[in-house]
Design a binder for this molecule. Structure first.
Ligand code: SMG
Ligand code: MG
Length: 369
């Protein structure tokens, strides 16, 4: 699978969210998304970068990603159009910047798969044609407002609820959701690193609510304290921000820092590394699930394919397009029976709708090769 790349387009789009999404690190009201389009003589490949406009979730941010792509990663792409693993090797000398690497590698992979007529799911090793979906519910101004939101999502068919938490918004919302929707509702929480190990006794009060997991309670770079916290909680710990590679996953598992892993391809440098994490976790009997970065249909298509791998045994934050946007840039992903279909066409199996894409575009940069 070799094809020469003739150029790369970096396109920014503005995507207002249907409702503000609040986490412990800030509020998103609109996504400033960077799309990467790799052009070859016969095909094009698309990808979406998960970075937000500010470096809060992680150190990457969308302006920085565009700079790193233009200045370092695009010039490092192998000139002979070599295979996709070679792209990852060409990026390896550059430290970090995994969301930038992921976006470019994924667009190259999409172009290659489209020319080979193979879908992302088939390439990655998907074993399902539909994936069960959860929904991530932001921090709200009041508990009644939260209960309304959860009720609406359950009515749409989502099969598990994740509540964003922070100090001051944890026990009360979790208790209220349990009381209102019962003990059988698959429920989990995500703190985005908002707590310290000294909060262990407080966090242990969540043990009463039979949560599936607590995601990233402590600092991103602190696996050792996560391992200490795991000994103090009955609620399983899931790591998100802390896991940036398969090596991190192996370290976290052997330290006892987590018993579940959230896999986001952008955070770990791409779908190939995401699959390696899946493989490491599966070999250790650690369940994984697919996270989300409020993606458009482009990022969602690849995530849904990944979520169809055998080790993805928990529902992901792979919600339907309508949970995020009034109008997506692709044909929307629609929930049916709590599930999304894994696209089957070549590559991502979906592409931006040109008229909608043009309407939301804020800038276009073309980088010839
Ligand atoms: O895509 O549905 C989604 C969002 C899922 O909660 C979500 N993502 O830490 O897991 C996480 C957050 C990161 C993005 S918050 C702006
Ligand atoms: Mg998270």
């Amino acid at each position: 699978m070799k094809t020469k790349i003739s150029g790369i387009e970096l396109r920014r789009i503005a995507m207002p969210l249907v409702a503000p999404f609040r986490t412990s690190f800030g509020v998103e009201t609109s996504r400033d998304v960077l799309l990467v389009r790799v052009v070859t003589p016969d095909h094009e490949g698309w990808a979406e970068c998960g970075a937000m406009s500010e470096p809060r979730y992680s150190s990457e941010y969308v302006d920085g990603v565009q700079h790193v792509l233009r200045r370092f990663l695009i010039p490092a792409l192998p000139a002979d159009g070599s295979d996709v693993p070679a792209v990852g090797r060409a990026f390896a000398p550059f430290t970090g910047h995994r969301m930038a690497k992921s976006a470019l590698e994924t667009a190259v992979l999409d172009a290659r798969l489209r020319s080979a007529g193979e879908s992302f799911g088939a390439y990655l090793g998907a074993v399902r044609d539909r994936v069960p979906c959860g929904v991530s519910v932001g921090i709200m101004d009041s508990v009644p407002e939260l209960l309304d939101a959860v009720e609406g999502y359950l009515a749409e068919g989502y099969v598990r609820i994740k509540l964003k938490i922070e100090p001051g918004w944890d026990l009360d919302p979790v208790r209220a959701v349990r009381e209102c929707f019962g003990d059988d509702l698959p429920l989990q929480v995500d703190a985005n690193a908002a707590y310290a190990l000294s909060d262990a006794r407080h966090l242990a009060k969540l043990d009463d609510f039979a949560l599936q997991l607590i995601e990233q309670p402590l600092a991103n770079d602190d696996m050792v304290r996560h391992a200490a916290l795991a000994k103090l909680l009955r609620t399983p710990i899931c790591l998100d921000e802390s896991i940036t590679s398969a090596a991190d996953a192996a370290a976290a598992i052997s330290l006892g820092a987590c018993s579940v892993i959230n896999i986001k391809p952008g955070r770990v440098g791409g779908y190939l590394e995401a699959r390696r994490i899946h493989d490491v976790a599966r070999a250790h009997g650690i369940p994984v699930w697919c996270g989300g970065m409020l993606e458009t249909g482009i990022g969602r298509a690849a995530n849904v394919a990944l979520a169809a791998l055998p080790g993805f045994t928990l529902p992901g934050d792979t919600s339907a397009s309508g949970r995020y946007f009034a109008t997506d840039i692709t044909k929307p992903f629609v929930l049916s029976d709590g599930r999304l279909d894994v696209p089957t066409g070549p590559g991502l199996g979906i592409e931006p709708l040109p008229d909608i894409l043009d309407e939301v575009t804020t800038s276009i940069e073309w980088i010839p090769r």
